[in-house]
Design a protein around this ligand. Sequence first.
Ligand code: PLP
Length: 439
Amino acid sequence: MHLYGTQGISNEGHLTIGGVDTVELAKEYGTPLFVYDTALIRERARGFIDTFKQLDIKAEVAYASKAFACVAAYQLAAQENLSLDVVSGGELYTAIKAGFPSERIHFHGNNKSYAELELAFDTKIGCIVVDNFYEIRLLKEISEAKQQPMRILLRVTPGVEAHTHDFITTGQADSKFGFDLNNGQADLAFEEVMGHEFLQLLGLHCHIGSQIFETDGFSLAAGKLMKKIGEWKEKHGFECTVLNLGGGFGIRYTEEDKPLAPHIYVAEMINTVQAEAAALKLAMPEIWIEPGRSLVGDAGTSLYTIGSQKTVPNIREYIAVDGGMSDNIRPALYDAKYEAVIANKANAPKESTYTVAGKLCESGDKLIVDAALQQAESGDILAMFCTGAYGYSMASNYNRVPRPAVVFVEAGEHQLAIQRESYDDIVQNDLPLVLKKGE
Ligand SMILES: *Cc1c(COP(=O)(O)O)cnc(C)c1O
């Protein structure tokens, strides 16, 4: 069985995380419960940051916080000297509430509203990653009205699309994000922002995909961006100071996934950018990256209590847990695969095969199909690994199921990071019917 980070198995045969017994956590906080191994998040953050330091490259490692956003997570990111990517007013507001240094916040999104952009100016964030021409118009309006400068990057689609196990080069990238690098849009955007009184263009951004296990896509994209920067330098004297190559570094969910260590991605990017800078006689820009999943994904474990069981003779055995697609939509949405263990029997052999069903009223609400597991009984605690990214952050109240609690554990200590929702929370925005029934 593959264990992650500080996970271990106690003498009693219980799964532990950060030196804390997960069965005890389930008792104390209830289930479903997200447990985060904060030491592992710190280790991952340092893995990226230290590689840049060792190679003496100026960098910002921005946590793409849509993977898992809450006040405590933002405070952890700040402790670890990460920068922060936000993609909405809600994430930005949370970051400010968390006391995150605003100059290290970067704002993304393909349809930022006027109010969201105003909030970005008012909170004096470090950079807005500009996605489209409408946004350029809004930014000019707001910055002129406020007489306030803003640092920006232009998001471009380089025509490189990375998939889990390969990447493809597309001529005309069909993406809802960014300015196309190949059809003239990026040049137009450049001309619109260059020389503006308040908009200070730092450089270019791209994000080529997610759960990527190769370095080639990043190198190819970096090369294309550098060539465009070289062109703008030659034609317009543009000095690029930042190249942002996005996130998407893959993690291990199951034995089929073979992720590279953070320093391998980083070293490869640096090599490419240095080589291009030398060839094009450009100054070496700062390199920014935006890991989300690879910072928090394998640091999160979901705990559930097993309830009902059902045997379909000769076909399948189901066990049902007290959560499901409301706290983890990824299996239903992306056919995502996970591994699990019965936390209170973690050292027993995995001799059984169960399909782990959620409790939501959708037949597609299955968390794992044909999971290898210990013999299960009602009341056992199921621990599902690697649910730290795009789990809680995509959670919903479907079926009016309250969202789970989130606990952080480290070095034998544990703390609540997000409270479990109550039924009162569920109805708090509901209003009574006032319209009269027709006669
Ligand atoms: C989602 C996203 C990321 C993070 O992707 P991961 O696969 O979680 O690393 C980074 N940058 C941008 C622009 C994104 O949209």
